[in-house]
Design a protein around this ligand. Structure first.
Ligand code: DGJ
Length: 543
């Protein structure tokens, strides 16, 4: 969504309000998402920001767990923590709000120089009401669960009831009010209302009230947004009708909560999807029906204008599937952000694939030292090698995250990761081609027969990838690891083109600062990146 014209609402915080809060910090511009020419940036403190994030485990939303969070973030060079705040901890007694955890979180995040993405665990957390207060869980009359087709109560709350929406919204608004009053420096940069919304096994509420709404035509604004003539849910969506219905109503529900929160403090807000598998036609009873999976993004866009973007939670280790998900969510009308991805070593290479698609942020899940591991989704343990897999990548970008974010907002980018079969990939950027290959030593060629070599240890591992930004027609910023790059001339590119110069260095405040030129062995066998390194490659030609 284009936000270029948004007023700098943060500046509107008056001096007296700021003086009234505990912090002596001055107000800064409220973070926002900007979109231009189909590319996106997350603006924090007035400039593009790359969220090198990490999400904590589900029960780390207490002061007692925070000491196990910060060292882990430092260890992997993360600049942002994604962390839940649960309805059950905010409103344990109806109407009585306790925001003490939020204040502790703000204080500690500031002390540890981290930004925060706040995850509102409300009516839906992985679809279930687990994080709702006991008084809410207990009152199925006021806050009804969905009815399954056989008339029994389903475990998920129905999005069709006003009382549920109002109760959730009231608590969420309290959180946003607290942020407005106590976070003028915008330590919290984004908010995720709810978590993995939807319903497993029963695609929608089949209760009497929901059935009556289902019998009505599809809302005209939805039909219009989808450029369809309208009609019943079944006419418009066929076998996915029940799911489309629940998607619309769930998205409307979340939109109202987000809009109410934004009316207090307009932070960027996004929703995360429990993905349906790579198939674009998921089984409505197998998927979290109602969630923002890739095939229903247009329903979400129409239903939830207050949501800045939809985002994929990636626990699929297959590189082809991951590429498919990233492509589905990186749209001109949807900023790509990966709010959750497995924390096992082999997922880390997908950071490059996401960056190259213009991702504004990325966060492995389960990044704290509380001793919990969500294997087989993620890692069995966070040993040094596993932490380095993401930590060295974040480390390479840590000091130039803002520069990368600005470059990626303004220039073409490409990124890829080693596929399952280890085959190389090729892309064309303007006059030039870039080919990757994996499992290579830094020196020599795999097919040499005159001297024998065994493959490097990483040849068998799921490591390797690269992100590239085209700075000008002949200049490329390159960052990656465990990959060999060969630059070549595109079909219609200049005659006699070649690599003129490979520089190692980094971007400092928008300026390339070279530390050395790579030449000789360092470039004779392709450009070999093993530990993450930042290069500028300049192409040229002669007549
Ligand atoms: C996705 C959810 O969004 C997370 O909160 C967590 O439950 C993971 N799945 C599994 O660890």
């Amino acid at each position: 969504m284009v936000r270029m014209k948004r007023v700098l609402a943060g500046l509107a915080l008056s001096a007296s309000m700021i003086a009234g809060v505990a912090s002596s910090q001055t107000a800064t511009e409220i973070p926002r998402i900007v979109t231009k020419g189909g590319r996106h940036a997350l603006i924090v403190d007035g400039a593009p920001f790359l969220m090198l994030g990490a999400q904590v485990n589900n029960s780390s939303n207490y002061a007692a767990a925070l000491p196990q969070v910060w060292p882990m973030l430092d260890r992997i060079h993360a600049n942002t923590v994604e962390i839940p705040i649960a309805w059950q901890q905010v409103e344990p007694v109806e109407g009585k709000f306790d925001l003490s955890f939020l204040q502790t979180l703000l204080d500690q995040a500031r002390a540890h120089d981290k930004r925060v993405v706040l995850l509102w665990f409300g009516t839906w957390k992985n679809t279930s009401p687990g994080y709702t207060p006991d008084w809410f869980k207990a009152d199925n009359r006021r806050f009804p669960r969905m009815k399954a087709k056989d008339g029994t109560d389903h475990y998920v709350h129905s999005p069709m009831f006003r009382a549920t929406l109002e109760a959730d919204k009231r608590a969420f608004v309290e959180v946003m009010r607290y942020l407005k009053a106590h976070d003028p420096q915008n330590t919290v940069i984004m908010v995720q209302p709810e978590n993995e919304v939807g319903s497993y096994r029963s695609p929608r509420d089949y209760g009497a009230q929901a059935n009556a709404v289902f019998a009505k035509p599809v809302p005209t604004e939805l039909a219009k947004a989808l450029k369809k003539p309208g009609g019943s849910w079944t006419q418009m969506f066929g076998a996915q009708a029940d799911r489309a219905f629940n998607t619309w109503h769930t998205a409307r529900f979340v939109d109202e909560i987000a809009a109410a929160g934004k009316a207090i403090k307009p932070l960027p807000m996004y929703v995360n999807a429990s993905l349906a598998g790579p198939s674009n036609v998921p089984d409505p009873t197998g998927v979290a029906s109602g969630g923002p999976q890739q095939d229903v993004l247009d329903i979400w866009k129409a239903a939830a204008p207050a949501i800045d973007f939809q985002a994929p939670d990636i626990y699929d280790r297959d590189a082809a599937h991951v590429a498919l998900y990233l492509d589905a969510y990186a749209r001109p009308d949807n900023a790509l952000m990966v709010p959750e991805i497995g924390n096992a070593k082999e997922f880390a290479r997908f950071f490059w694939a996401a960056l190259g698609r213009g991702a504004i942020g990325y966060a492995p899940f389960g990044m704290d030292d509380t001793g919990y591991f969500n294997y087989p989704l993620g890692a069995k343990a966070l040993d040094g090698e596993t932490l380095d897999a993401i930590g060295l990548k974040y480390g390479a970008l840590a000091t130039m995250g803002r520069d990368w974010a600005k470059i990626a907002f303004e220039h073409p980018t490409w990124g890829t990761a080693k596929p399952e079969d280890g085959a190389g990939q090729t892309t064309t950027m303007g006059d030039w081609t870039i080919a990757t290959s994996y499992g290579e030593w830094q020196f020599g060629q795999k097919d040499w027969t005159w001297i024998k070599s065994e493959p490097p240890t990483w040849a068998k591992e799921a490591v390797g990838g690269v992100a590239v930004a085209q700075l000008s027609p002949n200049e490329f910023l390159v960052v990656g690891d465990h990959v060999r790059l060969n630059f070549g001339t595109a079909k219609d590119g200049p005659k006699n083109g070649s690599v003129f110069r490979v520089e190692e260095g980094r971007v400092v405040d928008g300026r390339w600062v070279m530390s050395r030129i790579w030449n000789g062995d360092q470039t004779d066998y392709g450009i070999n990146l093993i530990t993450p390194v930042i290069l500028k490659v300049t192409m040229g030609s002669y007549k």
